[in-house]
Design a protein around this ligand. Sequence first.
Ligand code: GDP
Ligand code: MG
Length: 435
Amino acid sequence: LSSKITTAMRTLKGKGRITDVNVASTVKEIRKALMDADVNYKVAKEITDRIKEEAMGQKILIAVDPGQMLVKIVHEELVKLMGSSVQAINLKPDPAIILIAGLQGSGKTTFSGKLAQYLKKSGRNVLLVACDIYRPAAIDQLKVLGEQVGVDVYAEPENKNAVEIAQNAISYGRKMGKRVIIVDTAGRLAVDEAMMNEIAAVKNAIKPSEILFVVDSMTGQDAVNTAKTFNERLNFDGVVLTKLDGDARGGAALSIRHIVDKPIKFISTGEKMDALDQFYPDRMASRILGMGDVLSLVERAQSAFDEEESERINKKIRQNQFSFEDFYSQLQQIKKMGNLKDLMGMVPGMSQAVKDVDIPDDAFKSIEAIIQSMTPKERQKPELLDMSRKKRIAAGSGTSVTEINNLIKQFDGMRKMMRMMNNVQDGKMKMPNMA
Ligand code: GDP
Ligand code: MG
């Protein structure tokens, strides 16, 4: 147990303020991480410049490392840039018409099926429309998906006019009392005029309530250019990022948002029909930073630690006045942060170490009981604890004199270590064999 406590103690020795030095190095790391995550260079630079300003001199909690704190600032900045809250799709007119656009292979047909299922589950009567007139297989693909999710599919295999099919589908949908009509369209391998003209004509004919642009997140930087072209032509309402189950790092989300200024509404994470999620900016920010667990650790530390209390204890440590009273108060702080094992598992490099270790939630229970059974004086001056006092405390706390002795030994060890750390910080540490 003593090593667990020293670990927790070490985290309490914060490093004070964010300084120029750690800002510069961390900002560099962050910019690199953003670019590794496919964020456009210009966007990455803009973001990190802004972060640098915000971070300088900001007061940090004693419980967290300044580097981690900085990561948190970046995270918040990314969330802000990606639009803070979840963006719903517009289902207002009845029937609502949703037009799906994007390059071939981006995942439009798959997404159409998923969206149909998603809306059906929320109780809506949905119609899928196959408007890909170039590939007969595309119609079959949509029919199979429609059957799978239990949604009707409208198709005209013989008709080669996408605008006509779309219009017919909508009159059919109205007649059948459909509430949402999802129009899946044809794409090309690259942006070309004919495709753009066709989808623009469909748009004008059916006046969709929502146009969703589907883009493959694996295409990285290209995704941004494609988004730009489609947006100039269609002025779409939202973006669907697909194939995020792969190793795409999500930078496209940030770049697209930044450059076309349209919200990401859904993400697609697999070929199965239920692999669809709403877009959560905070999750994407974590993915982009690739540091999800560190972030939640920082957050938990922040919410649980009372800054003033930590400062008070730190001062006592510096003055070699750390008492059982302070120890008790620190245990309460640590407990507020949640399950000890989870907590330690979030520290980089620690998760492996604690994986098979059993750390009960009440690891501190007997320590707490012992300290509670001490008089305030004894807590301040552990030297007072003679045998008769120890016996009294053992009886009061339901422990034994041996346990109390162990605790005192650990406590003394901690105090010794604190003194040593103070000496190191003050430059007073003497090398033993130089005396
Ligand atoms: P479309 O040409 O835009 O209609 O694209 P499709 O919907 O036909 O998808 C192209 C390929 O990507 C198919 O093999 C899909 O199964 C696959 N696909 C679509 N979305 C995802 C996804 O989110 N993850 C993965 N791993 N594959 C996907
Ligand atoms: Mg398709």
